[in-house]
Write a protein that binds this ligand. Structure first.
Ligand SMILES: [Mg+2]
Length: 384
């Protein structure tokens, strides 16, 4: 077990001894922080819903079913539902909110244990029984909500890692060779916690990835997404947030090498496509998969999402978000994860103003997503 009272306890210590932070680098002191949180999580959910409709379809199959533009409108789906990506993201929010509440009360919260227990609850929503020697965390409203009790192509390593009943750590990982994108797609919320140093949340995201995936790339990519989102909600531009994250990966050693290479490729491709020809010259779906892979593994999923977020960044916010989601959902690979991650990033940039109200309204699990956002924000507010 990691030592208790880690990263989020810093929040309590800082705020309890110095009072509410009001500096320019403190996003929690800005009124837009809550809106950015909503934007990030809801846009991720919309990308997930859009991509889930075509998750296992090739681009040619997508064209055959949806036409040359692919699947473009969540509100046009019969049932735009979230899949495991948003399910697990909501349980990440639940865990962070619990840890923050403990910290607010002055207790040393073990964030990693909170994460593990929350993910075990998600595991039970998938119709699985925990082994007898595993903790049996009490159910929460999120676990009990009927809309969460759907199994929608959950990742194998997420299931097997949690089903082991053993708490994976960086030192003693479960699934030591796994680097599926199941860690990245659930890790945006780490970047949504204000008041805490970015590097602390990057580290917690990486430690959280080891609960199910042991490969260093899974940890590096999860931490990188947390870092990008954290820098955005602290006021960085999208380009600067990505560049700063690339810079930290460059200093992080061999374990971050694959993620570093993939992100550098995403930046270079996006810069070339924007500078040379404008958004219309962006990689088409076949070339997207050729350039970055299918996104089934962590660094590829992050790279596709970052490329899609960057290449249309010259558009107005609503157009930027819509294009990023559509681009990230329509390709040969893991459409729901890549579009969810792209939504997390671009949604954090603009908040809810970029969201299409009709898309949000159509989302089947809108109420449960918004309730968990509210609970997270209430816990964040309590830390101020
Ligand atoms: Mg999924």
């Amino acid at each position: 077990m990691p030592s208790p009272g880690g990263d989020l306890h810093t929040t309590s210590q800082t705020t309890s001894t110095t009072g509410p932070a009001t500096g320019p680098d403190d996003p929690g002191s800005r009124p837009e922080h809550a809106d950015r949180v909503r934007g990030s999580v809801l846009a991720g959910a919309l990308g997930d819903a859009l991509g889930y409709a075509v998750e296992f379809d090739s681009w040619s199959a997508i064209v055959a079913r949806w036409g040359e533009a692919g699947v473009t409108d969540p509100a046009g789906l019969d049932r735009p539902v979230i899949s495991d990506d948003t399910q697990m993201t909501l349980f990440t929010l639940e865990a962070l909110a619990e840890a923050l509440r403990w910290a607010n009360e002055g207790s040393a919260a073990d964030e990693l244990a909170c994460l593990w227990l929350a993910y075990l609850r998600w595991y039970r929503t998938q119709g699985e029984l925990l082994p007898g020697d595993a903790p049996q965390p009490p159910a929460t409203w999120l676990e009990s909500d009927p809309s969460m009790r759907h199994r929608r192509a959950a990742g194998n390593a997420c299931l097997s890692g949690l089903g082991s009943g053993r708490m994976g750590t960086v030192e003693r990982p479960v699934n030591p060779d796994s680097k599926g994108c199941g860690t990245v797609m659930r890790s945006a919320p780490f970047g949504l916690v204000p008041h805490v140093p970015v590097e602390d949340m990057v580290r917690l995201a990486a430690r959280g990835s080891a609960l199910t995936h042991g490969h260093p790339t899974a940890a590096a990519a999860a931490g990188a997404l947390a870092g990008i989102v954290a820098r955005i909600i602290r006021g960085a531009s999208l380009e600067d947030a990505v560049a700063a994250t690339v810079a930290t990966l460059a200093e992080a050693g061999d374990g971050a090498a694959e993620t570093l290479a993939a992100l550098r490729r995403a930046v270079e491709e996006a810069e070339a496509d924007r500078a040379d020809h404008g958004p219309d010259s962006a990689l088409d779906p076949p070339r997207l998969a050729q350039r970055f892979g299918g996104g089934w593994v962590a660094e590829e999923a992050l790279a596709i999402a970052v490329y899609c977020a960057l290449v249309d960044a010259d558009d107005d916010p609503a157009t930027h978000l819509r294009r990023a989601l559509v681009r990230a959902a329509n390709h040969d690979g893991d459409s729901d994860s890549t579009a969810a991650i792209a939504g997390n990033i671009v949604g954090a940039l603009y908040g809810t103003t970029a969201l299409d109200p009709a898309w949000v309204e159509a989302l089947v699990e809108r109420d449960v997503v918004e309730r968990e956002i509210d609970e997270f924000l209430a816990a964040v507010g309590g830390a101020r």
